[in-house]
Design a protein around this ligand. Structure first.
Ligand SMILES: NC(=O)c1ccc[n+]([C@@H]2O[C@H](COP(=O)([O-])OP(=O)(O)OC[C@H]3O[C@@H](n4cnc5c(N)ncnc54)[C@H](OP(=O)(O)O)[C@@H]3O)[C@@H](O)[C@H]2O)c1
Length: 254
């Protein structure tokens, strides 16, 4: 799809992959609106890239989502809704009773899954009315195989991945041209993964892969190791499980 001249809303675009994607979209000639919960982070992003529109908005709040919609509608609407905002709470052993399991799972589901469905629904008619429009949902390599130390996060991304496949097919059934992309990142060096010492790609590489996929209309955009990991988990599921969960991670769950 063409990105030049498009208006793109990036949820959680004040840091990490979202901010780097914002930068690269601006370079191509798109207009970019970013959201986030933290005003300081939004101000810093705006200082770095003054062309950005930055709006404080919490994906977990239905009222914020409605306000965001009204503001964006007044200023001319969007062509692309890039659902990037996400949260991860490291999992302790799910086999040991702990109230935090349900609490963190609910938090992750609210933002990584329910918040995305809510905001997609609010923007759906606007996006369907545009000449060429898209929704991008960000899942994860962990929607293919669960990470034991990020178990509830992995589950929230599986829910999003299934929803994304269904949404794409629903568009086909109703004859809509709205494009539904799934972005599948590998491990990327951002705040979210700061504690991890494993192999990571940069946000820059990640955003480049996203843009290449969008421009080529590749509806499931797997970047870096997420690409090779797809055939591995299909044909060698035990190996895939071991790659994501090396023996050394057992110690965190003991
Ligand atoms: N990094 C990786 O290795 C990796 C791998 C696979 C998938 N992903 C996915 O890629 C996406 C981006 O991750 P990242 O690594 O760039 O993480 P990040 O650096 O932690 O950025 C996440 C962004 O989401 C925003 N956010 C969180 N909760 C929000 C909410 N309720 N409402 C609005 N914004 C919210 C955060 O801003 P505020 O806190 O200011 O709201 C932050 O700017 C996420 O969906 C993540 O799950 C990342």
């Amino acid at each position: 799809m063409e990105l030049k001249g498009k208006t793109i809303l990036i949820t959680g675009g004040a840091s990490g992959i979202g901010l780097e994607a914002a930068k690269q979209f601006l370079e191509i000639g798109a207009k970019v609106i970013i959201t986030g919960r933290n005003q300081d982070k939004l101000d810093k992003a705006k200082k770095l890239y003054p062309e950005l529109t930055a709006i404080k908005s919490d994906l977990a709040s239905p009222a914020d989502a409605e306000l965001l919609y009204s503001r964006i509608k007044e200023s001319g609407g969007i062509d692309i809704l890039y659902n990037n905002a996400g949260v991860l709470v490291p999992t302790s052993n799910l086999g040991k009773a702990d109230d935090k399991h349900a609490e963190s799972a609910a938090y992750e589901m609210e933002i990584n899954y329910l918040g995305v469905i809510r905001i997609n629904n609010i923007f759906m008619d606007m996006l369907k009315s545009r000449k060429e429009a898209a929704i991008i949902n960000t899942t994860s390599i962990l929607s293919m195989v669960p990470s034991l130390i990020e178990a509830t996060y992995s589950s929230s991304k599986v829910a999003l991945a299934f929803y994304t496949v269904s949404l794409r097919e629903h568009m086909r059934i109703i004859g809509s041209s709205l494009k539904i992309f799934e972005l599948v990142p590998p491990l990327v060096a951002t705040e979210m993964t700061a504690e991890r010492n494993d192999k990571k790609i940069t946000s820059e590489e990640m955003a480049k892969g996203l843009i290449k996929g969008l421009q080529g209309d590749v509806y499931t955009i797997r970047v870096g190791d997420a690409k090779i990991f797809d055939p591995i988990r299909r044909f060698f599921p035990k190996l895939a499980f071991k790659i994501i969960n090396p023996k050394k991670t057992d110690q965190f769950l003991k």
